[in-house]
Design a protein around this ligand. Sequence first.
Ligand code: ATP
Ligand code: MG
Length: 440
Amino acid sequence: MRLSRFFLPIMKEIPKEAEIVSHRLMLRAGMMRQEAAGIYAFLPLGLRVLRKIEQIVREEQNRAGAIELLMPTIQSADLWRESGRYDAYGKEMLRIKDRHEREMLYGPTNEEMITEIFRAYVRSYKDLPLNLYHIQWKFRDEVRPRFGLMRGREFLMKDAYSFDLDQAGARHSYNKMFVAYLRTFARLGLKSIPMRAESGPIGGDMSHEFIILASTGESEVYCHKDYLDIPVPGADVDFDDIVGLQSTVDQWTSNYAATSDMHDAAAFGQISADKQVAARGIEVGHIFYFGTKYSEPMKAVVSGPDGIEKPVHMGSYGIGPSRLVAAIIEASHDDAGIKWPEAVAPFRVAILNLKQGDSATDTACEGFYRDLMGKGIDVLYDDTDQRAGSKFATADLIGIPWQVVIGPKGLAAGTFEVKKRADGSRENLSPAATIDLLTR
Ligand code: ATP
Ligand code: MG
């Protein structure tokens, strides 16, 4: 992409209400625009990041055996009356009437709808386990939408729903999602910690919030320091290995980790002082087993090997890709701007032409731009007539992981200057060595 033809509305004046750094940086970098309280348009740069996050989430859901479908955003009130949640949900639900005065709503979540789909088609334990997910916009009329994408009213969610014959099966389904979440957040460049969460009326230990530590996080969290160093399961993890998966989950849940709602000061006090982490965190995912809470009232039953019909056991598993855009920035930025982890960067490489209009420099930049494009690398070529200082500032602000700076001086020596945004290190390399580095 040529910057001269891209749509990148960099902002100089930042609205006062942008209180946290990710919100400020996203506005400055022209990633999104507020259209109403808690409702945002994704501009091209922001959309590229959102799509990359979504794709990593999708790949890890698929790897764990979940199957993608797509449910609508608008749902009928009658469906929610079946579970009893239409009245219970309260003001967070956006309620709408169609032209026939039928009551509808903009989905804040999809338990009812997925249960309805399940019961329409599945009758036998032979079709289980099943895990269906979608990545779809949600609307929750939050009391206090704030911090930009972090707490929006309209936001993107990946929500998966598992179906099992019994609680033992549901535990394996839960563990699959648990491990998929560890892998997802690690691939996004984040250190996530699964923390015990409120499990509702059913009780039990199968409810975890995945939290990343960040000083601007809305949750107060407490955990054992060792969680910051446990290795995350590799891509070859066997999701069908019931025992192996359980032992991974045990390893990740045996130490203390809780948000303030579940905090037990006495238990936390047992940890040696140098291993206590009391910090703030951002909830990026939540996994939850809720048994037959929806299948019972909505009559989603399956017959077991004994022929007896029973309500199916369910769990739900949410991740917020739009919140993650902001969360990743909170975890990875400096005074100059965003530092995107390579996996989610809107472009992997920026080419900075230091002397636009100088024919030797233009030729070298154009040639290198085509080389990178030919190798399938996402590249943003700054071919504008801005001065060098402003090109550096833009590239730093929008956080492109690699900056290749091309100017007459370097060209005379046969080199490009390659800057790594993550640590600011610079190297002068020949064009061939630059390509090598970027395709490694
Ligand atoms: P919170 O406690 O932050 O309100 P929640 O418990 O309501 O979150 P869930 O219903 O578990 O959230 O939703 C699953 C995921 O969706 C969350 O982990 C989060 O990543 C994302 N999410 C929830 N609410 C919002 C929101 N208002 N804006 C952006 N993302 C959200
Ligand atoms: Mg909420």
